[in-house]
Design a protein around this ligand. Structure first.
Ligand SMILES: *[C@@H]1O[C@H](CO)[C@@H](O)[C@H](O)[C@H]1NC(C)=O
Ligand SMILES: *[C@@H]1O[C@H](CO)[C@@H](O)[C@H](O)[C@H]1NC(C)=O
Ligand SMILES: *[C@@H]1O[C@H](CO)[C@@H](O)[C@H](O)[C@H]1NC(C)=O
Length: 539
């Protein structure tokens, strides 16, 4: 009798719980889960032919080696580094436990030969927007061959190879006979991380660079400073981080930190594009650099607060010239992102000296002309600049790239910006800091960057895009799971063919890709209910 009563209570509790779970559930669009004919490949290569002929791989006898014909030679440390990395990804358990080599079975595929085909492998170069990332992969027995003109394609191909390896039903490493020809659809596939609103420890940045490589991203857009803090330690102006960082020693990136991040990224074929946003978003700069910011007025006297960079002082441009000279030597990439968005004109308007300058220049009351004046003088001191959409009315240098961010109507913006002849990168639909209930990866996935009205010539000007994770609500505790696998959706959109848009197929591959990231040590969040064979074990 008592037992029955207990049972009833339990049942009631279950029903109540069920009812609660139903709340807010309507928005979830649940794709059908089946097996993809492409296994767990992510992003999907341009051309894949996979067979059901399966080969065994043994950690004891399988090796990744330079092909004899390869132009890279054995001295290419970028490749040697990558071989070691991928060997560990492919055989995580056996390598960790130091499995006895003698005991293991022989591999059907004994070698992956990596063959760099062009005379200059670019082993010691930095990747750029024109880097060749194409490769061809042929998996057969007894050898698999990865051919690429440059090391950049070899890196992408090694990742693809590692994604082809799976555990068969007995847990043995297997790989199917496969032919792949691959290259990216867009040359610029970026991820923006924000280290100003919250400081991100080096370890977190490196872990995410690693995850970027798994998703074939090739640009780390480092939004390094902003209003909130100035963690970049400048050699020329050390007081900027002394005064402007959250903490002058523990919350800064030293020159050697920056160097290490750039090299770590290079070894994975990732560019580091630094952003130093001006004239707005510069409160933290003002702490360490006297007279850089515009004093705001309340009536006829200074209010004690400061606005954007002061565009009417020659000292401003002297400072910017020296500062960006340093930045362009620290960051080897050809591009520096100059921000330039969301300038609040109210402080400029309040300042009588600025008003006088406006009148002298004949700007009337159009403060966007003052902004343009600043940007043009500033750009003159920087090699190349990436700039935001608001700046398109300016006569910018031809080597300027316009970055379209914010706004719901990105198609209209792209139409305008490319219509004006600017090379463009897109971020507006990929603000990963906006979170919502359900599978929002699908929303990012379904974006078609070239859906705007424009000529073929205009569409060619869109060189890629960036997923952005702004840092208001993000630090080391939640960055990685918030980013992955949501950013993976953008990764495939920017790499794979435009016709790769079957959400059900993507869902099946992405679930496995996410579990692979988890197995490789990244706490990538789940897409929905389910499990991974190797769950996240914590740090
Ligand atoms: C690989 O081969 C196995 C064994 O024939 C087969 O069951 C599986 O579907 C194949 N995988 C892919 C992705 O083709
Ligand atoms: C600022 O620089 C401009 C252009 O080089 C020059 O014409 C002007 O005299 C300078 N103003 C001051 C106050 O030095
Ligand atoms: C493209 O132009 C057509 C005709 O002017 C218009 O109906 C359509 O909404 C436009 N599409 C986009 C994405 O702007």
């Amino acid at each position: 009798m008592i037992a029955t009563l207990k049972f009833t209570t339990l049942l009631l509790a279950v029903v109540v719980c069920w009812a609660t779970q139903d709340y807010g559930y309507k928005d979830v669009e649940e794709p059908t889960l089946g097996d993809s004919q492409y296994g767990s490949l992510w992003p999907l290569p341009q051309k894949v032919q996979m067979s059901t002929v399966a080969f065994k791989l043994s950690g004891a006898s399988f090796q990744i080696v330079d092909a004899k014909e390869s132009s890279s030679g054995a001295s290419c440390s970028l490749l040697q580094n990558a071989y070691r990395r991928y060997d560990e990804y492919i055989f995580p358990i056996s390598r960790m436990q130091g499995q006895n080599k003698k005991k293991a079975f022989a591999s059907d595929v004994s070698e992956l030969q990596v063959w760099i085909t062009s005379a200059d492998s670019e082993c010691d170069s930095y990747p750029s927007v024109t880097s060749d990332e194409s490769y061809e992969l042929s998996v057969d027995s007894p050898v698999a061959v990865l051919k690429a003109p440059k090391v950049w394609g070899a890196l992408r191909g090694l990742e693809t190879f590692s994604q082809l390896v799976y555990d068969d039903e007995y847990g043995a490493k297997s790989i199917n006979r496969t032919e792949i020809q691959d290259f990216p659809r867009f040359a610029h596939r970026g991820l923006l991380l924000d280290t100003s609103r919250h400081f991100l420890p080096i370890k977190v940045i490196l872990a995410n660079l690693e995850a970027m490589a798994w998703n074939k991203f090739n640009v780390f857009h480092w939004h390094i400073v902003d209003d909130h803090s100035f963690p970049y330690m400048s050699r020329t102006f050390p007081q900027l981080s002394q005064q402007g960082a959250y903490h002058p020693y523990t919350h800064v990136y030293t020159p050697s930190d920056v160097k290490m991040i750039i090299e770590f990224a290079r070894l994975r074929g990732i560019r580091v594009v630094s952003e130093f946003d001006t004239p707005g978003h510069t409160q933290s700069w003002g702490k360490g650099q006297k007279d850089l910011l515009t004093p705001c007025y309340s009536g006829t006297s200074p209010s004690g607060s400061f606005g954007p960079v002061n565009p009417i002082l020659n000292t401003t441009y002297d400072f910017m010239t020296m500062f960006f000279k340093e930045v362009s030597t620290v960051f080897p990439d050809a591009y520096i992102h100059l921000g330039g968005d969301e300038v609040d004109f109210s402080c400029w308007k309040s300042n009588p000296d600025i008003q006088k300058f406006m009148a002298q220049q004949g700007f009337g009351t159009d403060y966007s002309k003052l902004e343009s004046f600043y940007i043009q003088r500033c750009v003159a001191s920087v090699r190349h600049g990436l700039k935001v959409k608001q700046m398109i009315s300016n006569s910018l240098k031809s080597n300027t790239v316009v970055h379209v961010w914010m706004g719901n109507k990105f198609e209209e913006e792209l139409q305008k910006v490319t219509g004006a002849g600017f090379t463009t990168i897109l971020s507006a639909p990929w603000y990963l800091d906006y979170i919502s209930y359900g599978q929002d990866w699908q929303r990012y996935y379904k974006v078609e960057p070239l859906s705007f009205n424009g000529t073929d010539a205009q569409k060619k000007l869109v060189v890629g895009g960036e997923a952005c994770l702004w840092g208001e609500f993000v630090d080391a505790t939640n960055l990685t799971p918030r980013l992955w696998p949501r950013a993976s959706a953008v990764g495939e959109r920017l790499w794979s063919d435009k016709d790769v848009k079957d959400t059900n197929d993507a869902y099946s591959r992405l679930i496995q890709h996410r579990c692979r990231m988890v197995q490789r040590g990244i706490p990538a969040e789940p897409l929905f209910t389910g499990y991974c064979a190797h769950e996240y074990k914590g740090v």
